[in-house]
Design a protein around this ligand. Sequence first.
Ligand SMILES: [Zn+2]
Length: 464
Amino acid sequence: MASVRLRRLAHYSQRMKSTAGRLAGDACDRDVIWDRDVETETHEQALARAGGAWDKQFRHLMDRSAFYARKFREAGIHQSQVALKDIAKLPFSTKSELKQAIDENPPFGSNLCVPPEQVKRVYQTSGTTGSPSVLALTRADMDMWTAIGTRTYFATGIHDHSSVLTTFGAGPFVAGHTHFVLSRIGSRSVPVAPGDTDRVIFGLKSGLADTLLSTPSFAQYLANRLEKAEPDPASMALTHIVTGGEPGGGIPAIRDHIQAVLGVTVTEVMGIGDIAPSLFGECPQQEGMHFCGGGHVWVELVDPQSREPMTIESGAVGELVYTHLTREAMPVVRFLGGDIARVESAVCECGRTTFRTRVIGRRDDMFIVRGVNVYPTAVLAVVGEFRPRVTGRARVIRRGPEVSIQPPVPIEVEVPGSPGPDVALAAEIEAAIHTRLTFRSKVDLVPEATFGESGYKTRLTVTR
Ligand SMILES: [Zn+2]
């Protein structure tokens, strides 16, 4: 008897082992980890690898970056070398400082660390606050971005046998770099312009792709639309959606609905334009995004208010801070990315040892109600539970630049079609927000037609 049980147990653990880190239905025998050396190393090994790269990078910055040489000098750093373990002695870099560095000496700015003729690719930022910035890459920088991106997307379960419909444009934004990544993985690529919903639906219904790359807003819109229009949307060849560009793919109320309607697994990725377009990738275990930038990017966690360093350990919540270890053209040091993240356990069934994280929200989106910090993603998580009476999108309305909002907090919730006023629904959502998030709100139901474009990112807070 015991031997039968043992045999069954052995069979079971073998089966679990073969599926760990792999999407349901993926029967290939490819190693699920792209870069096993880096992605399974111990913290000490990661530190040694990064430390060696950083020593060279520090020299590169001091010799070539007018911007950082001055910034470090002004911060009282006169040493010829600052070790990686002492990096907290160096000042932070902000988005506006990097923008200023470009404006000082356009088009590439005082932080360009290579001769301009070595710049081989240029992306632009969206320029939502002022004119766009440029992001310059050398050939080695492009390879570095592709290497990190390949680990990231491979971690989500995209393999060479995948067929990937991507709604990320080739440019001007860094998400366009994903096209090089898919090519490196060796998957089939089906590019569709952002916002071309009809062509996305055509591609999915005709079976051109089993994987979709999109924002969670768009995936949610697609699920809502196909749920109404198709008898069985889950019967399409689509099995996997990778979301990026904004949080949402990791919020249960959003993820579960997309998965149930379309019969897919949702995983998410995250990147930062100034650092690398894909830097964190969630494996099919769906418990947060693994850090995939080992050897090229160093990540710190700091307290969002005091900016004091925090330990990256399970349960910690802080702002992610990034330093390039190998970037040639426009390296940044201790860049405040603005994303507030919770660290999940690094122990994962897939075998990776890199820490996992879930983004809670943008620092700029945070507001305070009666002394408590609130991120709009928490509101989304509550609102999403009222589907199908709501679409899943919502936003917080701010009346001015103040971080503190006096309750009731004005919230707009998108509802399908253009119904009459559903007083009961608004009151139910207000009650749920009060119970779960402990603040009073004033919910306005807004029809789909007037809520705004659903093809790209959804602004989670609006000031008006
Ligand atoms: Zn994993």
